[in-house]
Design a protein around this ligand. Structure first.
Ligand code: HEC
Ligand code: HEC
Length: 161
């Protein structure tokens, strides 16, 4: 609804829009058609972009909740019996990618291997990054952890002498 049906040139108004989000999630685009008496542009389309969280993700949660049901179905089990790159693509990419909450692999490579391994094993407090090794309640074995570190940042090759 428009705040006024009469605006003088240069004057500002407001348009209130309600979107029915029931059953919707992900990226949504709506257009609003504005009809005016402007002789040059009688119709103007306004584009409204939204990002709607699904019900599961709409609330706040502790980082290690993703290891429990029902979250683990998507956040852990897809990575079962995967290693290195494919394990990363199953368990990590949803947060570690461009436009997501955490750094993509290219950004993580700026850190030392020890730092990467520590964050992966222990998690990072006050963020959504849980500790992934068994000691911290996570689902990954030592071998899987080492495989992920090798994928993120391959060890520098020893120079032959
Ligand atoms: C149906 C599969 C599925 C389930 C179930 C699921 N997630 Fe997710 N989760 C995803 C995907 C896919 C993403 C990547 C973000 C996106 O695409 O919206 C994600 C992203 C996240 C993120 C990162 C959000 C961000 O912006 O970086 C967190 C935190 C998270 N989920 C927690 C949970 C928790 C806690 C539960 C259980 C209560 C859960 N998820 C259940 C699929 C799932
Ligand atoms: C639910 C989202 C989520 C998932 C899944 C997740 N991470 Fe993270 N991760 C984060 C967040 C958030 C941070 C902290 C970013 C910051 O420094 O603020 C982080 C930090 C890290 C760091 C420390 C370096 C950095 O980027 O700050 C490493 C290494 C890391 N994650 C690796 C992984 C690996 C490997 C996996 C898969 C086993 C994984 N993460 C899964 C959210 C996630």
């Amino acid at each position: 609804m428009a705040s006024s049906d009469h605006l003088k040139p240069g004057q500002k108004g407001e348009i209130k829009v309600t979107v029915d989000l029931r059953g919707k999630f992900g990226a949504i685009v709506k257009t609003i058609q504005v009809i005016t008496n402007d002789p040059l542009r009688r119709r103007t389309n306004l584009l409204m972009k939204m990002r709607v969280k699904d019900l599961i993700h709409a609330r706040k949660y502790e980082a290690d909740e993703i290891f429990k049901a029902p979250c683990r179905g998507c956040h852990v089990e897809r990575g079962n019996s995967q290693k290195k790159f494919s394990l990363f693509m199953s368990d990590c990419i949803m947060c570690h990618n461009e436009g997501r909450s955490a750094l993509p692999v290219s950004g993580m490579q700026a850190k030392a291997r020890e730092e990467i391994e520590k964050a992966l094993r222990e998690g990072i407090r006050k963020t959504s990054m849980p500790g992934w090794d068994a000691k911290h309640g996570g689902p990954l074995t030592d071998e899987e952890i080492r495989g992920l570190v090798d994928y993120i940042k391959p060890a520098a090759r020893r120079s032959r002498n």
